[in-house]
Ligand binder design. Sequence first.
Ligand code: HEM
Length: 409
Amino acid sequence: MYRAAMATSVEPLVYNPYAFSVHDDPYELYARLREEAPAYWNPELQFWVLSRFDDVLEGFRDFETFSSAGGISLENRRALGRSNAGFDSMIEIDPPEHTAYRKLVNRVFTTRKVAAMEGEIRRIVDGYLDRVLPTGTCDLVDDITGPFPMDVISALLGIPDADRAVLRHHADQILIREDGKMTIPQASLDGIFGLLDYFIADLPKRTPGDGSGIISDLLGLEVDGRSLTQEELLGFCVLFVIAGHETTTKMVANAVELLSRHTDQRAAIVADPSLVSGAVEEVLRFHNSTQYMHRTVTRDIERHGATMRAGDSVLLHIGAGNHDWREYGDTAEQFDIHRRPERVLSFGYGAHFCLGAALARMEGKVALEQIHRRMPDYRVDHDAKVRFHSSNVTGWISVPMTFTPQSVG
Ligand code: HEM
């Protein structure tokens, strides 16, 4: 569809990921990036975009050329090296150093631990559904999809119930951006300092390896024959909280909002809940909550006739690559829960492949199963929904819904 439209487009091609006007439907613009400027340069904000599936995939795999050590978000970019933010996050460290950290977290964030969470996730989601079902009305984000992923990651980390709401508030603030601007607003800085202050006060109270969760497990582990530093521990805590909460919470609301507009596919899920896993995969492809990751080029390279210089910023564009007809054929721009893609860019690739991918998929599956089982006739008030504006995370602040009230036994 976009392939034909683009051939006649005369508007100059400008991509500013901070412009709120882009966020409602960025996919036509992404198609122009892929076709007209597969190595796109934004002269005002000084960054490249790679938007074709194969280029994005290669960018994720080739950490020697596309380094994470200059920051993984555009607005936090810096000269290659360690951050001076007071914490060291493995997501911004390249192999081989990254490998030691990743091995460490693989020991505490195990497949078995994640698989064992399914019942707990269902209990948590059901708790939120129980509260709204008798009323026949709710805000999807405030009442269900906003809070539950923080409960799940907190249960894994060992964060007490009473502290979860405040951590969620800080995490939500961190991603706030202003229309068109690359600068980081004060609210966002307050969010990061809020999280850091919490964990700076919390870590000394914990007992290493006491079985209370991943944080105490990490306190009992060593890297290169020494305990983790405070900066390293803070890095893990902040990364787990932000990564574990934000993208998942946005993903599930995106899923329900999309399904509410594709009523035949939603009816198919209500009739056959086994379709839910496919629906989660398609939401991840079609409208991923993470739209791109930032990298810094380490040497001069050529892409599509353009020269990227060492030190330049590049966005590996997941959202654009996930709609590339070269990978997904003529139906790439369609939402289809029956699609079975072999590959998606949604969780990245290579060294930094999302640690929580299995957990996120399970949270999405359980939440969509329970929502479609327990409030199958939900209606979204599309005129009243409010979009969340960030630079690389897509989602909703508010999605009002009504449904047939249910008594809860
Ligand atoms: C729909 C939900 C999610 C999406 C779309 C998502 C996306 C991503 C992406 C694209 C990356 C790669 C970053 C890069 O290459 O720079 C990543 C890394 C990561 N994700 Fe996720 N994520 C999700 C859920 C989660 C959850 C639930 C956790 C829970 C712990 C998590 C933890 C992490 C961590 C720790 C990394 C860094 C891994 C490393 O540096 O080795 N993510 N995620």
